[in-house]
Design a protein around this ligand. Structure first.
Ligand SMILES: Cc1cc2nc3c(=O)[nH]c(=O)nc-3n(C[C@H](O)[C@H](O)[C@H](O)COP(=O)(O)OP(=O)(O)OC[C@H]3O[C@@H](n4cnc5c(N)ncnc54)[C@H](O)[C@@H]3O)c2cc1C
Length: 496
């Protein structure tokens, strides 16, 4: 019997319960799998409300979904899935005077970028999945990418959000102006705002828990509470974002270092040259193309990009960078026009795909702690700690990511013998658990975050309580119960 038996959809939201569709939506880009009861394709706000009325009546979980590229299971649900990519995927308004764009949540980032480029504008956060992922997904995970260094994560571009709460009522958030329910909820935290600003992780980007700190950083930015909220507080109906002018000139340098640690030891010095991106690609994730370009299989690459406004700046930049890396690294390629820059970036963008290719038989790179971040002041010590743990456990691994933000994506690779017998399975399970706990403990000690841009999802939620103090964790529970009292919006994510 289907949950839709006897339900009259007045507005006729498109709904399907066929087994193939349910199978398709039972996975995202994580290792989790959950079969939904049904998948709904809303065409407008009324459709969202209709689904939420049904869900709250029947106490069914509802999870929103963009492209399903999340890596921690946050778009999966045992109840209803709301897929925004089919219909609610448009640009609603582009204001070139005020530099804002109003979009529906299912709009693909790459398509928005194409349109903005016609007007010499861009939305800086640029996840490697940008050709598929949606704005709704990016906001809900607080995504960033390489330009997170120069431009921050998507949270910093949020201007206004129109939304629907779990009981089907309307809401909105735009700075000091917001609906009464949200005002009531957020106002109750004003007395704790100082605590949020001092007790949150000391990092340049963070997608762990609810971003109460970002609500109070510059006064009262109510819309920021929905960044990184993973569809657990409300369903986003439309999103207004600030956009930026494209830079007049860009230069990208690829610098080779003998190994990851030597590259990390130069990170702070390179940051003083003001790059907009400082990315790391270890030999473990270099694709064949890049290996042939650099004529070696070994070492570590840094991708360093600068934006600038006058053509003459390039000579200065190159001189400063060469002086900065001195004898530690060697510039082995550079690009200054759009096509060559994009070609060079492709190898860095392919890092996750190359990482996944390490999957052979029982060997598999695991997403246990792949998105931690620490302050750049600690990055050398932190990476030393990670490499020591891998060595102690005799594990191979992949490592790459946003070095400039202290945010490295690293995954241990399981051994070939993991499924040989119960004993080897148990041994590897224990090794992975001890590795994860040891690494997270180091992150907590350094006031880092367990997730800088990928979100919490099913995998990270159990660890949130270790990142924040008890008071902050209680505030998370309070927000959730105030905005979603029935606990039907993406339950089990962020608040357990
Ligand atoms: C190959 C690859 C590379 C990646 N590279 C990066 C990277 O460089 N940087 C980075 O930050 N991330 C990266 N990611 C992670 C992921 O792509 C991003 O988090 C992305 O923004 C998710 O978008 P999505 O459309 O796939 O969202 P989904 O995975 O579908 O959903 C993400 C979350 O948003 C919620 N959601 C979606 N729409 C709504 C809505 N309308 N209302 C409320 N909640 C909603 C969902 O419920 C879910 O919790 C990468 C992933 C892959 C597979």
């Amino acid at each position: 019997m289907s949950v839709f038996d006897g339900v009259d959809f007045n507005h006729r939201c498109e709904v399907t319960t066929d087994p193939w569709t349910r199978e398709y939506y039972s996975v995202d880009s994580s290792h989790h799998q959950i079969y939904p009861e049904a998948v709904c394709f809303p065409k407008c706000k009324e459709d969202i409300k209709e689904v939420l009325h049904l869900a709250s009546r029947k106490k069914l979980p509802v999870s929103s979904r963009g492209a399903g590229t999340s890596l921690l299971g946050q778009s999966l649900s045992a109840g209803l899935i709301l897929d925004f990519t089919k219909y609610m995927n448009k640009i609603l308004d582009l204001d070139l005077q005020l530099n804002t764009v109003l979009v529906q949540p299912g709009l693909v980032k790459g398509l928005l970028e194409k349109e903005l480029k016609k007007h010499n504008k861009f939305l800086p956060p640029n996840p490697a999945s940008g050709n598929y992922c949606t704005i709704g997904g990016m906001v809900s995970n607080n995504s960033s990418g390489p330009y997170g260094l120069g431009y921050g994560s998507i949270l910093e571009y949020l201007q206004r959000i129109d939304l629907v709460y779990s009981d089907g009522s309307d809401g909105f958030a735009e700075g000091r102006d917001c609906d009464p329910r949200l005002r009531r909820t957020l106002s109750s935290f004003i007395s704790s705002s100082r605590d949020f600003l001092t007790s949150y992780p000391d990092v340049s980007k963070n997608s762990c828990g609810y971003r109460l700190d970002a609500v109070f950083t510059r006064g009262f930015d109510s819309q920021n509470i929905f960044a990184a909220s993973e569809g657990t507080l409300a369903i986003l109906d439309s999103i207004k974002l600030k956009i930026k002018d494209l830079p007049l000139f860009r230069s990208l340098y690829m610098v080779h270092f003998p190994n990851v640690l030597s590259a990390c030891s130069y990170a702070k010095k390179i940051l003083r040259t003001n790059p907009v991106a400082l990315e790391l690609l270890d030999e473990s994730v270099m694709d064949a193309n890049i290996k042939s370009t650099i004529a070696t299989e070994n070492g570590c690459l840094l991708f360093i990009e600068y934006f600038y406004q006058t053509e003459g700046e390039i000579d200065n930049l190159q001189r400063t960078l060469t002086d900065t890396i001195q004898l530690g690294g060697k510039i082995i390629d550079d690009a200054h026009d759009l096509i060559s820059i994009n070609n060079l970036w492709n190898s860095r963008k392919n890092a996750l795909n190359t990482a996944i290719k390490h999957t052979v038989g029982n060997r598999k790179p695991l997403t246990l702690f792949e998105d931690t971040a620490v302050s750049i002041n600690y990055i050398y010590d932190y990476v030393t700690h990670i490499l020591k743990l891998y060595k102690e456990h005799n594990l191979s691994y992949v490592i790459y990511g946003h070095l400039g933000n202290g945010n490295l994506h690293t995954r241990p690779i399981t051994g070939d013998d993991i499924f040989i017998d119960k004993w080897s399975h148990r041994k590897q399970y224990e090794a992975m658990e001890s590795l994860t706990l040891s690494l997270f403990t180091k992150v907590y000690d350094l006031r880092g975050t367990i997730t800088a841009e990928h979100g919490d999802g099913i995998s990270r939620t159990p660890y949130i309580k270790n990142v924040y103090n008890e008071h902050v964790v209680n505030c998370f529970r309070q927000i959730k119960s105030s905005l979603d009292p029935l606990n039907i919006l993406n339950p089990g994510k962020i608040v357990m």
